[in-house]
Ligand binder design. Structure first.
Ligand SMILES: [Mg+2]
Length: 189
């Protein structure tokens, strides 16, 4: 019996606009900052000169400790389409890493329940995404530091284009991801 591809879908930076919300809650104009990031620092994981605070200060800000911050994250305009297309190719499971704040896990769970109902179970919360790697497992994620260890354990990492990674030049992320994933699945069959 052939098992459908297991597609692990990252949330922040792939399904929801975490970075925009993190900027807004710290008083930045997210549209302007993201535009400057794209123009002046494409591919940079975190443009410290632009942000005027360290990555640690930015990513551990106390406004992001509450579950509401995570529950209220806004899906990217492509989310529904991406989710639908991935569902056509395999069994989709959300795979998302909690921060050090407990509210992150409860807020993310609330987000999933709000979108899919309280009987939804296709999610895993862990920072150890690579532990789930196997030859029929595909990780769609915007962070190279998640993709590389996943590949190293014989999974198939698919980098999701974002302005902070090497695919920052790709305007329309979903067709790129779907085409790449389809080719990868064919290769591994
Ligand atoms: Mg991410």
């Amino acid at each position: 019996m052939s098992v459908p591809p297991e597609i692990y879908l990252d949330m922040d930076g792939v399904c929801v606009d975490f970075i925009g919300a993190a900027m807004k809650t710290q008083g930045y104009n997210a549209d302007l900052m993201l535009e400057a990031w794209r123009e002046e620092h494409p591919g940079s994981l975190y443009p410290e000169p632009l942000m005027d605070k360290t990555a640690t200060e930015f990513f551990t800000h106390s406004n992001m400790h509450a579950s509401e911050f995570w529950a209220d994250l806004v899906p990217y305009y492509w989310f529904e389409h991406l989710f639908e297309e991935l569902g056509r190719l395999g069994h989709v499971v959300f795979l998302t890493a909690p921060t050090g704040a407990p509210g992150c896990v409860s807020g993310k769970l609330e987000w999933l329940i709000n979108h899919f109902g309280s009987d939804f179970t296709d999610f895993i919360f862990t920072r150890h995404k690579d532990r789930l790697a196997h030859p029929n497992a595909y990780l769609v994620d915007d962070m190279p530091f998640n993709i590389e260890p996943f590949n190293a354990r014989n999974g198939v990492g698919i980098l999701f284009p974002q302005i902070w990674n090497e695919l920052s030049h790709i305007e329309d992320p979903v067709p790129h991801v779907i085409t790449t994933l389809e080719a990868a699945i064919l290769r591994h069959q």
